[in-house]
Ligand binder design. Structure first.
Ligand SMILES: Cc1cc2nc3c(=O)[nH]c(=O)nc-3n(C[C@H](O)[C@H](O)[C@H](O)COP(=O)(O)OP(=O)(O)OC[C@H]3O[C@@H](n4cnc5c(N)ncnc54)[C@H](O)[C@@H]3O)c2cc1C
Length: 325
């Protein structure tokens, strides 16, 4: 049917459908129901490997296209996904395409925008349907919410983590397999660098322990890591800590970092600047430890502990350990 709504999904480093892709697929299914439009998913990968991810995606959508691309082993996946989307979707000029706002998702959206000649609404935290996608997004560090739609009712929307909870459909969909046509991209991936084994990705973590300038240096992050490990959570940071070189950028939360929505976010030595707040305000429960009773984070933390993190954290870890025993 013309005007199909597509979810372009991706596999994570573990080879499984990412949580973000499952959320995007759920969002698209809901929009399809609201719009009375067909919905479908597309996922790209090497022959063999892509079948498993496509099957996972089919838990959320009635129809999934698995794009087999031998070049996925050596080429940027975003470019292949975009080429595949043009192949699968290009003949439907009224299609709307929804993509997770991950690094690869953003690249895919860019390639597709150029290839299909349609507009992109990026990082849309809320998407509804009114004759086409209507997207809400925070701008100016979350101070303003804008509502945008496409002039001709269709386009590409990138969606951040946590827009909707992922929910499988009542029954699994069908998977069609196609092979990427045309030349593979000329760009070759020379090296893939993975984060240390066992490091929990902050986008996926249910518990995040985050350190700021108040942590005082790289050694202070050992304490942040200890609490994260005790709670089975992930370590994150403010930009001040990242800019100081205490922790990699991949761990930064905020306007120029990642948007996270864990169940619990523990901010240690973080003042709560608006650019940090926009990245973590969606956490279910925010706990902050700060020596300054007037730190801005006190205004939006659910539990605000006035204290020195170097005293509070060891005491908290000891208490948690004693309860485990
Ligand atoms: C365009 C732009 C984009 C930005 N993007 C981001 C972003 O993505 N993410 C981000 O985080 N920031 C971002 N920033 C920076 C932001 O404005 C703040 O400068 C930054 O968040 C401050 O980090 P912080 O809270 O760690 O440091 P500070 O603001 O210096 O706060 C440190 C806090 O630690 C407390 N403290 C000190 N010692 C202790 C102790 N022993 N125990 C407990 N508490 C202690 C202090 O009281 C203080 O509140 C951006 C800024 C701009 C202009």
């Amino acid at each position: 049917m013309p005007g199909t709504l597509w979810a372009i999904a991706e596999a994570g480093p573990d080879g499984h459908l990412t949580k973000l892709s499952a959320e995007v697929a759920t969002l698209v299914r809901g929009l399809g129901a609201a719009a009375g439009r067909d919905v479908a998913g597309l996922v790209t990968g090497t022959p063999g490997a892509v079948a498993a991810v496509a099957a996972e995606l089919a838990a959320y959508l009635p129809r999934v296209v698995a794009l087999e691309a031998a070049a996925a082993a050596t080429s940027p996946i975003a470019q292949l996904a975009a080429q595949g989307a043009v192949q699968a979707i290009g003949a439907d000029p009224d299609a709307s395409i929804f993509i997770g706002n991950s690094p690869d998702g953003r690249d895919t959206a860019g390639f597709l925008m150029a290839a299909l000649g349609v507009g992109v609404i990026s990082n849309a935290g809320g998407v509804a349907w009114n004759g086409g996608p209507v997207a809400e997004k925070g701008v100016f560090g979350g101070r303003l919410i804008t509502t945008s739609s496409f002039a001709d009712g269709h386009g590409i929307v990138t969606v951040p983590l946590g827009s909707v909870p992922a929910e499988e459909a009542a029954s699994a969909g069908v998977v069609e397999t196609i092979t990427l046509a045309g030349a593979a991209p000329t760009v070759t991936v020379l090296e893939r660098v993975s984060e240390a084994a066992g490091a929990v990705q902050i986008e996926e973590a249910k518990i995040i322990v985050s350190g700021g300038r108040g942590v005082g240096g790289p050694d202070g992050f050992a304490l942040v890591g200890l609490l994260a490990e005790t709670l089975g959570g992930a370590v994150a940071a403010s930009r001040a800590a990242v800019d100081a070189g205490w922790i990699p950028y991949a761990r930064q939360v905020g306007q120029t970092g990642k948007i996270v929505k864990p169940e619990v976010y523990i901010a240690l030595g973080i003042s709560g600047a608006v650019q940090h707040k926009v990245g973590m305000q969606g956490a279910h429960t925010i706990v902050a430890v700060n020596t300054d009773p007037d730190a801005p984070i006190a205004e939006f933390a659910d539990l605000f502990v006035v204290g020195n993190l170097f005293e509070v954290v060891p005491a908290l870890v000891a208490e948690l350990e004693s309860r485990k025993a």
